[in-house]
Design a protein around this ligand. Sequence first.
Ligand code: NDP
Length: 392
Amino acid sequence: MGKVLIIGAGGVGQVVAHKCAQVPEVFEEITLASRTKSKCDKIASQIKSKINTAGVDADNVPELVSLIKDVKPDLIINVALPYQDLHIMDACLETGVNYIDTANYEPLDEARFCYKWQWDYQKKFEDAGIMALLGSGFDPGVTNVFTAYAKKHHFDEIHELDIVDVNGGNHGQPFATNFNPEINIREVTAVCRHWENGKFIETDAMSQKKSFDCPEEVGTYNIYRMYHEELESLVKHFPEIKKAQFWMSFSENYLKHLEVLQNVGMTRIDPVIYEGREIIPLQFLKAVLPDPSSLGPLTKGRTCIGCICKGIKDGKEKKYYVYNICNHEDAFKEVQSQAISYTTGVPAMIGGMMVMKKIWSGKGVFNMEQFDPDPFMDALNRHGLPWKETFL
Ligand code: NDP
């Protein structure tokens, strides 16, 4: 059907490459490019079919444009870091190629999560006649599709939305993050924002906690309220939502380490002079923490991520829960990555499939919930992330 260029050869890039290779009728030619070409080659060597590889600095738009002109892809799946989003979108505009990512743009020097920067590309993408699909991971991504599916099939109006992300896995390390440590820590330490009665309300990071019983014996976990980018697009596209919150589980051990790291200044993102040169403490911390991709063989247990919706259907109140459970060890057996990378990489591939097959199409910049959720939900069942629904 066409050619895909995947940018970023980290934990998620590895899963996207494996999963695209499993659907050769859609992704006929796959190129994996990243800053460090040897990481692309290592991933390509795990996969039986041919994966082309290339080195590219995605912050350098002319370099990227020249790679795109060389590869001539129909689609770019950006699974580098959020800092690269706008540069890759600029290169897509220059070359007329469709774009997908899994995380909204963030400036390097400010942990601010908002879609404005990317939504501002709407007219440019429209004029260029191409499409950008934003946030095609699990959360954001599947959580947006779950909400759209709930609205389409079960509600006239959703009034309350709780997105709950539990990682019931254990990697046995004293402290490690399951995806890029810099992005993870910026997200977790940011001020919490939730939507209530028409506006976002700010509270201290991690100041709200509750206990959550996961289905299918995944276990009971403490979940903490935090800001997550899909809240912004979901309350825009479902304006009837009165309250929307995002919750994530953290172990006591993770929180204890994070508190100490914050207290000693290691999570700062402003420059500090060390031995005559500037360093960013959080970037240095990333360099000494375990590489998330090294956690694959160590992680046991399951993730459980889903949406709880409250609202009305035919005048009656309803409460509904839709979720996926993903086993870390099964993910590792299939693609040599743990479930956090797996649950992000599979939806990125499925988003790619929706665009390549023109099942989801349009000109401009789109969030996942703007399209028909049904084909995406079917594809989740077929490509490794089966979901279940229940009425509470
Ligand atoms: P990693 O840090 O493991 O991988 C990032 C990759 O991007 C690395 O290979 C890195 O190269 C490459 N990269 C960084 N800068 C550049 C650049 N300038 N040019 C080219 N390549 C570059 O991250 P993850 O795989 O864990 O995460 C990837 C993305 O997925 C992130 O944006 C993250 O926020 C997102 N994510 C989304 C989730 C969701 O559910 N929506 C959940 C988890 C993650 P190098 O190896 O040389 O450093």
